[in-house]
Write a protein that binds this ligand. Structure first.
Ligand code: CP
Length: 307
């Protein structure tokens, strides 16, 4: 079964990707860097972007990707301006919006939101962030970034640091990486360690990983460090957040300890996890990472929406 057939109902979880799927979409994303070649590919198609939670990169890069492929966009950027505010269910919203578009991109605070949307939709659904669950297209663009910045996925020593409990980008990234021969160092305070269900999945896939609290001792081992924000909005108890906020701040001195080819990544938005004094270092690639969202999402949209 080819990619288009396999994902015809949409992209919901990184768990649905095998190595072949990942390599295919990365190859297509590379081809999509040519803006002129595909500018009419989705002419006449409409993408609905339904964002019930805030976003800068994901929404705007999906919308930009769609426009660059010749398509058009409709949607909303807050649950407050949709009829959900009047009590409509998510299922009814999807059964309505599907009539107006050829594909739906959804971000919602519920972990099962994208799966539920796909169940009720006759057009493909793309998960653009489902609560603390997953963010699969972010993970695809993260891998695309690594490869295009000169890293090899097989043999990669990667540190993933920050909010591993609530960070959906971390969950999808570690799932996609489980298709490659990687060593993962999960770095977090005890309170924000990876959830048992995520660790069970990695063990089942025989991924080599370690959980540690301090990152400085392993800086000279890493090819890449993927830093994430503490997800303040997911904490039920603000005092719990106050105890872990500011736990890590990656600085110029840390960067000096890293290998020559080391890369520092972050899905963004950043709060205070990376000191801005190193933004212009060639090792800091988080703004390039934001750019790579365009070709990656063009590749995803072209597979799901083209005739
Ligand atoms: N990386 C990411 O999901 O960013 P946004 O929240 O700005 O979409």
């Amino acid at each position: 079964m080819n990619f288009k057939e396999k994902f015809k109902e949409g992209i919901i979880s990184a768990k649905d990707f095998n190595r072949e799927d990942i390599e295919y979409i990365l190859k297509r994303a590379n081809e999509m860097r040519d803006d002129k070649k595909y500018r009419d590919l989705l002419k006449g198609k409409i993408l609905a972007t339904l964002f019930f939670e805030p976003s800068t990169r994901t929404r705007l890069s999906f919308e930009s990707a769609m426009i660059r492929l010749g398509g058009q966009i409709i949607g909303f950027h807050s649950g407050d301006v949709s009829s959900i505010k009047k009590g409509e269910t998510l299922a009814d919203t999807i059964r309505t919006v599907e009539n107006y578009c050829d594909g739906i991109v959804i971000r919602h605070s519920l972990e099962g939101s994208a799966l539920l949307a796909a169940k009720f939709s006759k057009v493909p659904v793309i998960n653009a962030g489902s609560g603390s669950g997953e963010h699969p297209t972010q993970a695809l663009l993260d891998l695309f970034t690594m490869v295009h910045e000169g890293l090899k996925l097989d043999g990669l020593n990667i540190g993933i640091m920050g909010d591993l409990k609530y960070g959906r980008t971390v969950h999808s990234l570690s799932i996609l990486l489980s298709n490659f021969d990687v060593n993962i160092y999960f770095i977090s305070p005890k309170e924000l360690m990876l959830r048992n269900r995520d660790k069970d999945y990695l063990r089942q896939k025989e991924v080599k990983y370690k959980e540690i609290e301090k990152y400085r001792d392993i800086l000279n081992v890493l090819d890449v460090l993927y830093v994430t924000r503490i997800q303040k909005e997911r904490f039920a108890d603000i005092e719990e957040y106050d105890r872990v906020k500011g736990f890590y701040i990656f600085t110029k001195d840390d960067l000096k300890e890293t290998k020559d080819h080391f890369k520092l990544m972050h899905p963004l938005p950043r709060v205070d996890e990376i000191s801005p004094e190193i933004d212009n270092s060639p090792k800091s690639i988080f703004f390039k990472q934001a750019y790579y969202g365009i070709p990656t999402r063009k590749a995803v949209l072209s597979e799901l929406l083209s005739d």
